[in-house]
Design a protein around this ligand. Sequence first.
Ligand code: F6P
Length: 328
Amino acid sequence: MMGTGKVAHIGVFTSGGDSPGMNAAIRAVVRGACAQGLRVTGFLGGYDGLVNGNFRAMGPRDVSNIIQRGGTILRTARSKAFMTAEGRARAASVLREQGIDGLIAIGGDGTFTGADIFFQEHGIPCVGLPGTIDNDLAGTDWTIGYDTAINTAVEAIDRIRDTASSHDRLFFVEVMGRDSGAIALDCAIAAGAEYVLVPEREEHFEQLISAILGSDGAKSSSIVVVAEGETEGGAFTIADQVKKRLPTKDIRVTVLGHVQRGGSPTVHDRVLASRLGIAAVDAILRGEHNCMMGMSHGKVVSSPFPQAIKGVRELDAELFRVLRFLAT
Ligand code: F6P
């Protein structure tokens, strides 16, 4: 989407669940903007920072020594105030008082939904960067933080495998992903798991049982990766059902949880965040608004927010096939 007015002063913030690489993205936005003569203000705590006027001016030195750090120096939140028309009106007046005429938002689908409504109501342009570990946005092959999160999860599952095989145990490992099985599926392949359960697919209990037993019925230890949002009720529920069916199996459940959200970003996430951060500044300078910058086939692309949010990011059937054959 293209606007008309020239942007001179941008606000930047992180919103929603944090993800490794958000700091690298903030750094790229601040330095890319300052290098091109823009003023930059950082808002603290996501949309709450806009609503409450919690901000600070940012220059190139304010983002030194953060590219390697997980979390977000701007902190983040899922703002309840910004979900109300009154909260958004307060945010708009804060931006107008400060002379801020454009926003760069780093977050996920909730963040971009808010930015879209904000533009319709108050006309403040926003360009988004995909900052979420879930890799669930249609407008990009990779979200910032996904690569780090899956590497963290796989390292943990490798450790679980050591103890699983020593004790001939079956482990159910729950990974993050309330609405998306992307983390679970990639981790299952990379960690050599027997099976994966994801929110996007209906489960077939008998297939799960066969995968646990192996094609010769002789597997002694197994790993099953379960996405947090999987439809049967989570790793503990599935483990109970399997125990009833295979009572002699020694079963354990591990929930990896927020360990997946922290840590130093991988090279992939740092480079992705840096490229997309500069691209977002370029886009806002070109007058684009209400679009998310993403990476497709190695090139930076831009998609309108509604498309990036609502476009179905389907899990590739080929990946399930790979897992099935490798788990025999
Ligand atoms: O959206 C990222 C994510 O980590 C999801 O995978 C997970 O379901 C959710 O955030 C957890 O949110 P919270 O940090 O509020 O517990």
